[in-house]
Design a protein around this ligand. Structure first.
Ligand code: BGC
Length: 277
């Protein structure tokens, strides 16, 4: 794979999808490949399914691989994942993936990946200020991006609205479960996004998740302070954001290594000079 390509893998409750991404444009360079998420979705079962989708693209040793996970991933460790098998809690997902794929991968929360993807190539392209992205699906994922930097694991899908977890009240799954029409569901979204606006004052709100394709049915019904727009990368945002996030992480690590090597070299030089005096 060429230097400008990274592989993104999106782990979801029902499917695991992957595609190589051109980091200059954010476009897939090959068709997306999908397998069903194994049930139960334990770390081992998911690790082996991810290895299968990765091997489909035969990435070179240097190709960065980014993975999204539908829960809190703090420094590689899964801390919270309400819609996944609970055996994930406390597991270092980067280690699991390394065992199955045979090399380092970078994992991040699915909504954070989508937000990063939208910032780089989509609806928030190059936007300064505070961008809030909500993915409306089985749950509500949230991403807060400040001047292009993702604040990880914000979990604003679990704000409490009328005494209930927002995700049970306003996610796409809530619309389906309670058979809400667009007007009724828009009422729930209105309450949800008003609460978000009360707390974090975004400059722009982006709505992602599969239902964002039907945005004409609900976005015009919302009255909010900030502009609210549909995601542009639709279901690809997670894959794109994961791929770009992995490349960004690799570049940062390489910079750190270079800086450390430079420091060590300078220290050795000082030491040699001291000894020769
Ligand atoms: C999880 C989030 C995740 C979202 C979307 C929520 O239930 O807590 O971490 O981003 O679902 O998958």
């Amino acid at each position: 794979m060429s230097k400008h390509i990274a592989l993104g893998v999106d782990i979801g409750g029902s499917g695991i999808k992957a595609a190589p991404v051109n980091l200059k444009t954010g476009a897939f360079t090959e068709d997306r490949y999908r397998v069903a998420t194994p049930q139960p979705a334990t770390p081992d079962a998911v690790g082996s399914a991810v290895a299968k989708v990765v091997s489909k693209f035969s990435p070179s040793k240097k190709t960065p691989i980014g993975i999204t996970f539908p829960g809190v991933v703090q420094h590689g460790v899964v801390k919270f994942a309400p819609n996944m098998d609970q055996s994930w809690i406390g597991v270092n997902i980067d280690d699991v993936m390394r065992d199955y794929i045979g090399r380092f991968v970078h994992t991040l929360n699915d909504a954070d990946a989508a937000g990063y993807g939208e910032f780089l190539y989509g609806a928030a392209h190059g936007r300064d200020g505070v961008v809030f992205l909500a993915t409306l699906g089985t749950g509500i994922g949230s991403a807060v991006i400040v001047d292009g930097e993702v604040v990880p694991n914000t979990e604003l899908g679990h704000l409490i609205i009328d005494g209930r977890d927002a995700e049970e009240y306003a996610a796409e799954s809530a619309r389906e479960r309670h058979d809400l029409d667009w007007d009724e569901w828009s009422g729930h979204l209105q309450k949800y996004f008003s609460e978000v606006e009360r707390l974090i004052w975004p400059d722009l709100i982006i709505v992602g998740g599969g239902v964002s394709k039907a945005h004409e049915n609900f976005l015009p019904k919302l009255a909010l302070r900030s502009p609210i727009v549909p995601a542009e990368l639709l279901n690809g945002a997670g894959i794109v954001g994961a791929a770009a996030g992995a490349a960004h992480f690799r570049d940062r690590e390489q910079l750190k290594e270079k800086a450390e090597a430079k420091k060590a070299k300078a220290a050795a030089k000082r030491e040699a000079k001291k000894n020769s005096n």
